[in-house]
Design a protein around this ligand. Structure first.
Ligand code: SAH
Length: 398
């Protein structure tokens, strides 16, 4: 175990940290002297040298590391990781017992007490995301804890700490057995093909589980559905499973077509009766207007930041315009599902974009449903940015 680096907090941040704020940032510290080796233990003290909390040094785009305990006596050792993991498992027993959902988030960073670390469960296999070199220093303790506390068929990992949080390409296998890919997992009875060893993304974003279910159970029947930024078509598959008249999936990545065909096929849905289009969404909007296409439901789930050949899209700047283009191709009484995972604005601001987009389009609307992260993506009230997901169902009423 490395020795502790004692760092003094600027007075103005003292209360925040004492109240449980977990993210260490340079501006909150009197000095960052001594921070050299990632994974070092940091002891934060106030200006009277009184203990506030203990954490680790690990650089992410968000900050310099995370606080782990506010108890002076508590050490960051094997027992610490076991306690955190055990608690996380106990919070999710109903997920472990579920037969129709076999993929969920087991450990959600600071929401479960360790910022910079997430663990997802895929039918007996575990995927660990390391968000800094610092947390990766605790790999042995964390993997050992997992093996002791859970039935582990195999473990994979994603190192997300190349520059500015980028994924490091390598063999992501850690231990156990390698399943045959695709690994077929279930979500509310629907199959998903998951690939744990093909780059940063595995085929499904688990945080949209409740949204997909509602689309299938309450909104899709008989409807024409346009799914933009569709990736592997997860929303389209749920819409089709809910009886949609037809789904149209649009994504500019070449891989999306085969991946979406696969998701339909493993659910017994004929993909040839669905449209899967490899195209820039912004070009598709122009095409749809020209062809006077309109949809009963449009799903918008763009990345918070993306660069294509012609466009740079940033959710904070461009979501309103994306909505205006969507409103133009949505039927009256149709529903827009507007989603964003941007953590740099909150629900209130998001609703502001929505209101502006409808006003500027001369349309009226009604808010129908609203979602933030599902319960397996635990968050803490002291760290609001951690609750990044915002999804709103909007009915176009005029
Ligand atoms: N909605 C998806 C996840 C979206 S991930 C789901 O629920 O599974 C973001 C996707 O947007 C990626 O697949 C990426 O290829 C796509 N994308 C980014 N910019 C795009 C653009 N301008 N036009 C079309 N697709 C885009």
């Amino acid at each position: 175990m490395m020795s502790e680096i004692i760092l003094t907090v600027n007075q103005k941040f003292e209360d925040k940290f004492k109240n449980g704020y977990p993210l260490i940032s340079a501006e909150a510290l009197a000095s960052t002297a001594g921070l050299e080796e990632e994974g070092s233990i940091i002891k934060l003290v106030d200006r009277r040298k009184q203990f506030i909390a203990r954490g680790y040094y690990g650089k992410q785009n968000k900050g310099l590391g995370w606080l782990l305990t506010w108890k002076e006596q508590e050490r960051i050792d094997q027992g610490f990781f076991e306690r955190k993991l055990k608690n996380a498992i106990n919070q999710r027993l109903q997920f472990f017992q579920s037969e129709d959902t076999t993929a969920f988030r087991l450990f959600n960073g600071e929401g479960d007490g360790i910022g910079g670390l997430t663990i997802d469960y895929f039918d007996g296999y575990y995927l660990i995301n390391w968000y800094s070199e610092g947390i990766y220093q605790f790999k042995n303790e964390i993997v050992l804890s997992l093996r002791q506390l859970a039935d582990v068929k195999g473990v994979y990992q994603k190192k997300r700490f190349a520059q500015s949080g980028k994924y490091i390409e390598e063999d992501d296998f850690v231990m156990g057995e390698r399943p045959e890919f695709p690994l077929i997992v279930k979500e509310n009875g629907v199959n998903f093909a998951v690939y744990l060893n093909e780059g940063a993304m595995v085929g499904v974003f688990l945080d949209q589980r409740d949204v997909r279910k509602l689309i299938r159970d309450k909104y899709a029947e008989g409807k024409t559905v346009l799914n933009t930024f569709s990736y592997t078509g997860a929303f389209s598959v749920f819409a089709a499973a809910g009886g949609a008249a037809k789904t149209t999936s649009v994504d500019l990545a070449n891989r999306s077509e085969a991946k979406t065909n696969e998701q339909f096929s493993i659910n017994g849905i004929d993909y040839e009766r669905q449209d899967i289009i490899v195209m820039d969404v912004f070009n598709y909007f122009k095409y749809a207007v020209k062809k006077q296409l309109k949809f009963d439901m449009v799903i918008l789930d763009p990345p918070s930041f993306a660069r294509s050949k012609k466009h740079t899209f940033s959710a904070a700047k461009d979501y309103k315009d994306l909505l205006k283009q969507t409103i133009a191709i949505t039927e009256e009484n149709g529903v827009i599902v507007a989603s964003t995972n941007a953590s740099n604005f909150d629900m209130k601001k998001f609703k502001g974009f929505i209101d502006k987009a409808f006003k500027e389009s001369g349309s009226s609307y009604k808010l129908m449903e609203q979602f933030s992260l599902p319960e397996d993506f635990r968050t803490i009230s002291q760290f609001k940015q951690g609750d990044y997901l915002k999804v709103v169902f909007i009915r176009k009423t005029g």
